[in-house]
Design a protein around this ligand. Structure first.
Ligand code: AN7
Length: 398
């Protein structure tokens, strides 16, 4: 069953509906299950090991073995900041971002419903993931992208997996309006995160983090926020496992946005409950270049209920955090993902995070998603002759 998060109206799972009659957004209701948590340990390590909590038909599942991503303790950065730091590496998913969790469940729902075509608007990763999962499921796929603002790796994926790719003269928020109109006309099944079944897949990040920590909650989970689906989904996962009795405590949900694309962080800073859209969002972290987050009500609820917060970081802070993580811990992430690392640093510095806190940063996408940013940040390779002496001399200087 789906339920409106504002007025409580209920909708049947078989209905194709994206928003409530009252205009607000929907959530899938999942009851606690009578399953001991040890059950999950003896299953293959992907999102489907939590199948009882995924409200779609398991027999129809569209899977590329997504989930079960690395959970790396990062002592070098942690020691420098005086915290206990873990990084959940979502770039290790099949198409290189956390979106695969949501698309696995979302395309399974599409198969359950018997639709023929799926679609989304995207800043890049959603389209890369959907086009792969649609191929796997044998569904037609259409994606609408903001022209010139999608990182190269993501664009390559969407095209290569065979989606029909449209490029519009506008930003993500405009692209979402366009594809939503087509979905409401019944042309295609919409798999943006306004579709609550997408978030059912993404909530498994929350499940995995507490499972990775041997059924304990971290003090805090930090992640980049664009449309705010992921922060809402992770909080849903955490509260479901709390309600099932698998964990006792819950983490402070902490969202990081880019300075000029920060409607949620602005609202939190100004103590407002309602989120005002940003007209012309801009940041080098194109994944989170979003002005009107679809899931802002859910995200504000997650932040409030969890006693969390939201913060902004500048493009420069994002780029230096991206390189710092790559060169200190060996974890390569795209700019948007580095916002969580830039965020943890800022929150330690301004005293919001206490010394000794156990913090999990979710890094959402792989460095290869945006090769241009990575290359622009580095020196050119040094041209040498094939004589080893040339190289030997230079190696003495590094
Ligand atoms: C790497 O692909 O919105 O707050 O259309 O690709 O759940 O939106 C991507 C978002 C963070 C933000 N990190 O997550 C899209 C899209 C990366 C992302 C986010 C995105 P949400």
């Amino acid at each position: 069953m789906m339920r409106c998060i504002s007025c409580g109206k209920e909708y049947d799972d078989d209905e194709i509906v994206y928003t409530c009659e009252c205009g607000s957004i929907l959530e899938v209701e999942v009851e606690p299950k009578d399953i001991p948590r040890e059950t999950f340990d003896c299953r293959r390590d992907n999102i489907w090991k939590y199948k009882e909590y995924l409200p779609v038909n398991y027999e129809n599942r569209v899977s590329l073995d997504e989930g079960g991503t690395p959970f790396c303790k990062c002592d070098k950065i942690g020691d420098e900041l005086g915290i206990d730091l873990y990084v959940k590496v979502e770039g290790s998913n099949p198409t290189g971002s956390f979106k695969d969790r949501g698309m696995s469940v979302g395309t399974t729902k599409a198969v359950d419903l018997g639709v023929g075509m799926v679609g989304c608007a995207s800043t890049g990763n959603t389209s890369a993931s959907l086009s792969a999962y649609a191929a796997r499921a044998g569904l037609k796929c259409a994606v609408v992208l903001p022209s010139g603002k999608v990182a190269l790796g993501k664009l390559a994926q969407a095209m290569f997996h065979g989606a029909k790719v449209f490029s519009i003269d506008g930003n993500f928020d405009d692209a979402l309006k366009t594809i939503t109109e087509l979905a409401l006309e019944g042309e295609l099944y919409l798999l943006n995160s306004i579709n609550p079944f997408r978030l059912e897949g993404q909530k498994t990040i929350g499940y995995e983090i507490v499972h990775d920590l041997k059924w304990q909650s971290p003090d805090r989970i930090i992640l980049p926020v664009g449309n705010a689906g992921n922060i809402s989904a992770i909080w849903k996962g955490i509260t479901e496992f709390r309600d099932a009795g698998y964990i006792k405590d819950t983490p402070k949900m902490t969202g990081i946005q880019a300075e000029n694309s920060a409607p949620i962080a602005n609202a939190v800073r100004e103590g407002r409950d309602t989120v005002t859209p940003v007209e012309n969002p801009d940041t080098i972290a194109t994944a989170i270049r979003i002005g009107a987050p679809v899931s802002s009500v859910k995200a504000m609820r997650a932040i409030k209920e969890s006693d969390g917060t939201a913060e902004t970081v500048s493009d420069d802070e994002i780029l230096s955090a991206q390189m710092y993580l790559a060169r200190t811990e060996g974890i390569g992430v795209e700019p948007a993902s580095a916002a969580s690392i830039a965020g943890v640093k800022k929150l330690v510095e301004n005293g919001e995070i206490e010394k000794g806190e156990r913090v999990v940063c979710v890094v959402t996408g792989h460095v290869l998603k945006d090769p241009n940013v990575a290359i622009d940040a580095c020196e050119e390779p040094t041209a040498v002759s094939s004589d080893p002496a040339d190289i030997r001399n230079i190696l003495k200087t590094i």
